[in-house]
Ligand binder design. Structure first.
Ligand code: DX5
Ligand code: ZN
Length: 213
């Protein structure tokens, strides 16, 4: 299994002082997870590529597009804003391969995601072209939801299929659920509430990492 990586999700951070938040967590983070919501694929709307561009950090930005049918120019906006990786949703795209190829053409990492109720079979054909797969452990759209255990069957199956692939989990991750996902085969852990909801963010990250040994 690839190395364990932790990705604090800024959805739960204080956006009015995002660069202070970054300074606090960046030394202990492998990625900064950036949730982009369009009000169509998911009801809420969040930040745009201009906001992402203004984030000052040396930590790679892991951009999660919860966006219906993102166009090339829309994706390019996040490439130019400094994304390290871009995730699209299988359920949001008619032909996800088109977006995945465009992301790769821009020389950044590509990732495909599925919601809790979407079977793994829906992304099997993309597994050889992506750098990472995101198995959502809550319905996308909101922070602070409860981890959905049943997603672990997909993580286990995917790990068997792809021993070296980065497998990311997102939603309801805390020290306890991170361990469950780790044992199933996940190695990239997104956490919003369980990090930015705590006063001592570094301690919160360490608490998760301590469970992943
Ligand atoms: C939910 C987002 C998550 C969210 C996770 O749709 O994709 O990245 O920030 O938040 P927590 O860790 O609070 O479940
Ligand atoms: Zn996310």
């Amino acid at each position: 299994m690839p190395r364990v990586k932790i990705a604090p999700s800024i959805l739960s951070a204080d956006m009015s002082k995002i660069n202070t938040e970054m300074k606090e967590v960046e030394k202990y983070s492998d990625f900064i997870h950036v949730d982009i919501m369009d009000g169509i694929f998911v009801p809420p709307t969040t930040i745009d590529s201009n906001f992402v561009k203004a984030i000052k950090t040396k930590v790679p930005l892991d951009v999660h597009l919860m966006v219906h049918e993102p166009s090339d120019s829309y994706i390019k906006g996040f490439v130019d804003a400094g994304a390290y990786s871009i995730t699209i949703h299988e359920e949001a795209c008619r032909n996800p391969e088109k977006q995945l190829r465009f992301i790769k053409k821009n020389k950044i990492k590509s990732c495909i995601s599925i919601k809790p109720k979407t079977p793994l079979g829906k992304i099997r054909e993309y597994l050889d072209i992506v750098d990472m797969a995101l198995i959502m452990t809550v319905e996308p759209g909101w922070a602070g939801q409860k981890f959905i255990d049943s997603a672990m069957a997909k993580v286990k199956e995917l790990r068997k299929l792809k021993p070296k692939l980065d497998i990311e989990v997102d939603g309801g991750i805390n020290p306890y659920t991170a361990r469950i996902a780790y044992e199933a085969g996940a190695n990239v852990f997104v956490a919003g509430t369980s990090i930015f909801g705590k006063k001592d963010r570094i301690y919160a990250i360490k608490e998760i990492l301590d469970r992943l040994k």
